[in-house]
Each structure stands twice: as C-alpha cells, then as structure tokens.
Design a protein around this ligand. Structure first.
Ligand SMILES: [Zn+2]
Length: 383
C-alpha cells in the first residue's frame, strides 16, 4: 500500500486545510477506506469534517480505535505533521483487515478535525463516540520515537478590561486605563508563579493594548493559558489567576470580563499500553527511540483517555531538537523522512493492535492499569 499511503499524505500536505474545513482531506481518506470495505460515516458529532470508518471480522474480540488528525496551521501549512496521520491509520487498519487468519476483532478509524483550533475530539468524546472502544491509539510526528506519560491539563482565558478613555496629556485625571488592569494582571501572575508547583505553566499575551499613546486606553485585553499536570491542582491555580485579574480590576478602578475558552484534561498514562508500543517500535527499528517524554504540552487526545485506555506513538522524522509549528516541520512532512515515519508508525500501531487481538491477557492488563490510573487521579487532593 506504500505508494497509495505516500500519495495521500502528499495530497493533504499540498492542500492544507484549516480546522473544520478539511473537506478535501476527508474525501480522499474516506474514499480509500470505502474502497477497502470499511463502512464509512461522515459528518458525525455535529462536525462536517469528522468521520468514523468501521471494519469487523468475525464476532466478539476487541474493538480498537485508531484516531487521525488532518488540519493544517494558518499561514504555515502542515507544520505539525498532521498530514502523515491518516496514512498511518489507514496503513495499520487496512493491513489488519486483509489478514486472513486472525481471531475476531473490530477496527474503527476516526477522523478528528481541528486539533489546532476548536479540538474536534471534544464533541466526539462528549457524544460518546469512543465509549465502546477497548483501546484508542494514534500517531503524532516528532523529533524522537517515544510515548507520552501524562500531558498537562489546560485552561485558557481571555481578560477584557474596560476603563475610560481620555486625552493622555490634556486630561489624564479623567481617564481610567484599561491597560493598567492588563499590566497589573501580568505582574500579579509573576508573583503567583513563585508559589505554585513546578509543573505549572502560565503564559499570556496582550491582544489589545490600546489605540494610541495619547489616548488613555478604554479597552485592553489579554489571553492566558494555565496548565498543570492534574485537574484538581489546575482548578486551584486557575482560580488564583482569575483572582489576580479581579484584584487588578479593583486596584485600577477598571472592570474585567473573564471569558473562558478551551479546557483540556491531562492525559491518563497506561503503562502497559505505552510499553507495548515502544516494544514494537524497537522490533520495527524506529529512529531515535527514547523513554516517555518528561515534558509535554497539552493535547485534545487527553479527554479521550478519560473515557478509554489510550496512547499515542510519537514517531521521529526530524532531527532531535527541531520544534513543531515551524517551516522545518512543513518541509519534513512531505519528504522521504516523512514517508519513512508513515511506514514505521503504521507498523507500530498495526503490530500493537495484533498483540491485543491475539492476547486477552494483555488487554486485561491494560484495562487493569487504566483503572488504577483513573482511581489515583480521582483521589488527588489539593492541600
Ligand atoms: Zn499536532
């Protein structure tokens, strides 16, 4: 299938589409799945560019989901390698469907749009599309071949401060600077930063700093992302960040409107599943295999892992240290290295599916690990 997988990836790369507009990608991907006997449902969970494709062999056996993303970045194109993911999912799923003698199983390929923007996995998860799966797997390109332990939970906020405009030289005493509210929020967060756990990340930008230096800003706004490795602690830190903004409004005589944007959970870690993926990566001879990442960002795959055991294999295709969302990634995503990563990841995911299809004990162990992890997370408390 090599050539078909490479040309699919290259086609999506040459036709970059933003989140929720990935029409060409979805058409191309689902056409291949249909012609290989998968039952395709498009436009699910209220998302025009989400899909589900199903193949069942025999009765009973595990149901395994393979997820793929395909959205590009604004003004950049495929700088996160998402164009590789459909080829990986198809390579693994279609290969499995062609095997003649295996125990029964069901494979479902999910197309999850808009990872970079609105997170298509959120409505898909909330509407229960993954609940019946025994496990969920996906691939993401990377600078090394590895798996994630936990990712960071995330809250994102926008603060809009309202003051009173006035001429900054002629009548400053009549003005109330909304920008002061924003600046005091930034400063207050710097003080807070010293007194939170070291896994916490708080980063912000000013999105509106006023109109001109000679006008006291009547409106000013900032966006922040707050992250921590678990939800209870993140809730605690986020509340303190909101209090900083409220305090800044009080101190400056401004009003603040707090808008809550996207929230994500931390990913749950299933050690046995991660170990199986890395074991297969070694057998297949993947490049730059390293132990699970200590430092991660946040991912919308995390909420899927709060419903079913899940894992993502990061697959090396750029030199170590090359950061995503860059021109280097755009280039590598349509190159011999990108194609090599497709084959490697498809084999890792396909082999992991086979391990699970053939071993009830392995699936049982994965489920046990998952329950323990879930229980541990539930019992976390903030002192
Ligand atoms: Zn990505």
């Amino acid at each position: 299938m090599k050539e078909e997988l490479f040309s699919l990836s290259s086609y999506i790369h040459s036709n970059p589409e933003l989140g929720n507009q990935e029409y060409k990608a979805v058409e191309a991907i689902t056409a291949i799945l249909s012609s290989n006997g998968f039952e395709v449902e498009s436009g699910i969970a209220g998302l025009e560019t989400a899909f589900k494709a199903r193949f069942t062999k025999g009765t009973g056996g595990p149901t395994i989901g393979i997820l793929c993303e395909y959205d590009a970045l604004k003004n950049l194109g495929h700088g996160c390698g998402h164009n590789l993911q459909p080829s990986v999912a198809l390579g693994a799923a279609i290969s499995l469907s062609k095997l003649e003698e295996t125990p029964p199983f069901t494979i479902e390929v999910f197309g999850t749009p808009a990872e970079e923007t609105t997170s298509g996995k959120i409505p898909l998860t909330e509407r229960g599309y993954f609940d019946h799966l025994d496990i969920a797997l996906m691939m993401h390109a990377g600078d090394r071949t590895t798996v994630d332990g936990r990712s960071l939970a995330l809250d994102s906020f926008e603060f809009v401060f309202e003051g009173k405009e006035s001429h900054a030289a002629v009548a400053p005493e009549n003005g109330i600077s909304a920008l002061d509210g924003v600046l005091m929020t930034f400063n207050g967060i710097e003080y807070l930063r010293e007194h939170v756990r070291s896994d916490v990340r708080i980063h912000g930008i000013i999105t509106d700093g006023g109109i001109a230096p000679n006008i006291v800003p009547g409106r000013s706004a900032a966006k922040f992302a707050v992250r921590a490795s678990d939800r209870p602690y993140l809730n605690h830190v986020s509340e303190r960040v909101l209090n900083v903004a409220r305090g800044a409004a009080l101190a400056t005589g401004t009003k603040v409107e707090i808008i809550r944007h996207k929230s994500l959970e931390n990913k749950l870690n299933v050690q046995t599943l991660n170990d199986t993926l890395l074991e297969n990566a070694k057998l297949i001879g993947a490049d730059n295999i390293t132990p699970p990442r200590e430092r991660t960002g946040s991912t919308d795959f995390s909420i899927v892992t709060h419903r079913v055991p899940g894992a993502c294999i990061r697959t090396a295709f750029v030199p170590i240290g090359t950061s995503n969302h860059t021109k280097e990634w755009v280039q590598a995503s349509n190159s011999p290295e990108g194609n090599k990563a497709i084959m490697t990841a498809a084999k890792i995911i396909g082999s992991t599916c086979l391990d699970i299809i053939y071993s009830k004990e392995l699936l049982e162990k994965i489920k046990q690990d998952y329950l323990v992890e879930k229980e541990n997370q539930k019992n976390l408390v903030v002192n």
